[in-house]
Design a protein around this ligand. Structure first.
Ligand SMILES: [Zn+2]
Length: 305
C-alpha cells in the first residue's frame, strides 16, 4: 500500500491538468463509458447528505456536481506518461483456470509490484479518502483524484472479465464475433452486451436502462439483496468482490467460448442479467464506501486544495 500511496502524490497543478485531460479525449477501455456512467449515477443517487456535499466539493465546477461525468476519466489518462503507473490498477490477472482470487498471490503488476491491481487500488483510494475530514491540513493526497479513481475502479472490479486469466489478458486476446462484427471476449463484457441491451430494449436511451436497474433493487428482483449495502471490513469486502468477479468470469464469461466463435442471442440473453447486476452492485457498494468515508466529517465541508 505504501508504495502505491506514494505514487499518488500529485498535489499541485492537478485541476488545470485535469480539465484539459477531460475535454475531447475519445475512447474508453474497461466497463464501457455507459457501464461506468451508470455505476456512478446509481452511486450518486444513494449518497447521504454529507457524502453528497463532499463529492460536490471535490468535483471540478464544470461538471456541476455530476460524478458520472468524470467516472471514465481514469481510462482516458491511463496511457499518459504522468499516469502510466495507474494502468495495472484497472484489472487483476489470476492464474489460468484457477477461478479464484487471492490477494497475496494475484494483486501485483506484471513486474511483481505488490498492491498494483484493481483490488489494491480500491483499498488504497478508500483509505486516502478517509483523510478527507482532515481537510487542508493534510496535503499528502489529492482527494479529487482519489474520488475519481475509486469511483472508476469500483466499476472495474465488478466487471467479471476484469478479474480474468493471465494468458488471455482477461479475454482480450480471445477474438470472436459479436453477432456480425469482430470483437473479443473482454470487450463483449465491457461494452457489447450493454450496447446490445440498449439497442434492443431501451431505445438506445441509457437513462431508461438506469431506471430499470434502479427499479430492480428498490422493489424488483434484487430488493431483498440488502447485503450489497453492508460491509464491516472494507479490505475483506474488496477481496470478496474480486472473487465474485472471477467466479462469474469462469462460469459465464469463459464458459463455452472458443477463439473464433460467434456469440449471439443465447450468450446475450443468459449473460445480460449478470452485467446489469454487477453494474448495480458496483454502484450500490460505491455509495456505501463514500457514505462511510465522508460520514461524520468533523469540519463539514472540509477544504482540500
Ligand atoms: Zn478501467
Amino acid at each position: 500500500m505504501g508504495r502505491l500511496r506514494g505514487l499518488c502524490l500529485v498535489p499541485f497543478g492537478f485541476l488545470l491538468f485535469f480539465s484539459s485531460a477531460f475535454i475531447g479525449v475519445p475512447g474508453a477501455l474497461a466497463w464501457s463509458k455507459e457501464g461506468h456512467v451508470i455505476t456512478c449515477q446509481i452511486a450518486q443517487a444513494l449518497l447521504e447528505p454529507e457524502a453528497l456535499e463532499a463529492v460536490h466539493h471535490l468535483l471540478p465546477d464544470y461538471v456541476n456536481g455530476n460524478l458520472s461525468a468524470l467516472c471514465v476519466w481514469p481510462d482516458q489518462i491511463r496511457h499518459w506518461f504522468r499516469y502510466r503507473w495507474t494502468s495495472p490498477l484497472h484489472f487483476i490477472d489470476t492464474p489460468d483456470n484457477a477461478c479464484s482470487f487471492q490477494y497475496s498471490r494475484d494483486c501485483h503488476d506484471s513486474h511483481g509490484v505488490e498492491d498494483m491491481c484493481v483490488a489494491g487500488a480500491v483499498k488504497n483510494f478508500t483509505s486516502q479518502l478517509m483523510h478527507y475530514k482532515e481537510g487542508a491540513s493534510d496535503q499528502r493526497y489529492n482527494m479529487t483524484e482519489a474520488l475519481l479513481f475509486l469511483s472508476h475502479f469500483m466499476g472495474d472490479i465488478h466487471q467479471p472479465m476484469h478479474v480474468g486469466f493471465t494468458t488471455d489478458e482477461g479475454g482480450n486476446t480471445i477474438e470472436l464475433r459479436w453477432f456480425r462484427h469482430k470483437s473479443n471476449l473482454h470487450h463483449v463484457w465491457d461494452r457489447e452486451i450493454i450496447l446490445t441491451a440498449l439497442a434492443d430494449y431501451y431505445d438506445k436511451d441509457a437513462s431508461l436502462l438506469l431506471q430499470d436497474i434502479e427499479r430492480n433493487y428498490t422493489d424488483g428482483i434484487w430488493a431483498d439483496d440488502s447485503s450489497w449495502k453492508h460491509c464491516d471490513d472494507i479490505p475483506q469486502c474488496v477481496n470478496n468482490w474480486a472473487k465474485e468477479s472471477i467466479q462469474i468470469a469462469c462460469k459465464w464469461g469463459y464458459e463455452g467460448v472458443k477463439p473464433g466463435t460467434t456469440l449471439a442471442d443465447d450468450y446475450f440473453d443468459s449473460r445480460m442479467p449478470f452485467v446489469m447486476k454487477r453494474i448495480a452492485q458496483g454502484g450500490i457498494r460505491l455509495a456505501m464506501i463514500l457514505n462511510k468515508v465522508f460520514a461524520d466529517s468533523e469540519e463539514g465541508s472540509a477544504t482540500v486544495t
